[in-house]
Write a protein that binds this ligand. Structure first.
Ligand code: ADP
Ligand code: MG
Length: 295
């Protein structure tokens, strides 16, 4: 069932959605970057978000993570309106990674994960300064959890390496470990495989499946169509801020509007012709080196 614009897709489970976006619109002056988007994500679901460069994907993520307050519309998470501040959104259970990696370059991998964990520890500033027994106990637990997470994302050897010295693919995995340290229910990944080689991309796929198996829901933006259609339960395609198609990978992949949005309709690609299987497998990839719209 391919969706027409802004028609919510039928619930894939009988559970209520974890996240619901209704009529979410984000304007920058005269530009409508996200235009009246409806979107639900259910517990344990892997959702893909695709669309050409400038389609509004990152802006939509920013609306779902409290970085932007939508110009209109609303976002519900876990039955409540999403709090309007990134810190509160993280504490509510939503974590993300960025299109441009944002790590503390001069901290070790372990420290990067430990820092993220502090949103879940109770030590206030005074406890931290006095470094009493409660602080030391929490510090030990934080370190143990951070080590566990480095192991989980496949970086057990990287704990003491400075983030900036890690290979690119490892930095992306470290960002995921750092997001997981906040104990999210929903993880948003903005181009998690940008700049990765095919082997790293496969490892990232496996990691995302493993994350879902822990009970998390995942939304991933990606230009690599093979990655999206292998991995995702459902896919939303945004074009010029609007929801163009929403459905299973098969539905979206064979939707002529999606094909047209990606490759245009040249003389050799008639609308509706069966070119869905190679909807440009890496069309428009930024390779992770393009400036983040939210930077
Ligand atoms: N902070 C901003 N101020 C003004 N325009 C923005 C801002 N962020 C994004 N845009 C514009 O909104 C549109 C969508 O951008 P973006 O969400 O980054 O797209 P995508 O992630 O799909 O490539 C683009 O035209 C971009 O230039
Ligand atoms: Mg983007």
């Amino acid at each position: 069932m391919t969706q027409t614009e802004n028609v919510p897709v039928a619930a894939p489970t009988d559970q209520p959605p974890l996240l619901s976006a209704r009529h979410v619109t984000m304007r920058f002056g005269g530009l409508v970057a996200v235009d009246n988007v409806d979107f639900d994500v259910y517990p344990g679901e892997i959702m893909g978000l695709i669309g050409p460069n400038g389609a509004g994907k990152t802006t939509f993520f920013n609306c779902l993570t409290g970085l932007y307050r939508p110009t209109s519309g609303r976002v519900m998470f876990n039955g409540a309106t999403l709090p309007p501040k990134p810190g509160k959104v993280v504490r509510a259970g939503v974590a993300r990674t960025f299109q441009n990696i944002r790590l503390f370059a001069n901290m070790t991998a372990l420290e990067n994960v430990m820092v993220a964990r502090y949103c879940r520890t109770s030590s206030g500033p005074l406890t931290s300064i006095l470094r009493g027994p409660k602080f030391r106990r929490e510090e030990r637990q934080t370190r143990a959890r951070a080590e566990e997470l480095l192991d989980f994302v496949g970086l057990p050897e990287a704990a003491d390496s400075l983030a900036r010295n890690l290979p690119y693919g490892d930095q992306r995995r470290l960002e995921i470990a750092r997001a997981l340290a906040t104990d999210p229910k929903l993880l948003l990944l903005d181009e998690p495989t940008a700049g990765m080689n095919p082997q790293e991309t496969r490892q990232a796929e496996e990691l995302i499946l493993k994350i879902r198996d822990q009970g998390l829901a995942v939304i991933t933006i990606e230009h690599d169509m093979r990655f999206i259609f292998n991995l995702c339960d459902r896919v939303l395609c945004l074009v010029q801020g609007r929801s163009l198609a929403l459905g299973t990978p098969d539905e979206v992949q064979s939707d002529p509007r999606v094909i047209e949005a990606y490759i245009g309709t040249g003389p050799e690609t008639e609308p509706g012709s069966d070119v869905g299987s190679d909807v440009g497998s890496d069309v428009g990839s930024t390779g992770g080196r393009e400036e983040d719209a939210d930077a």
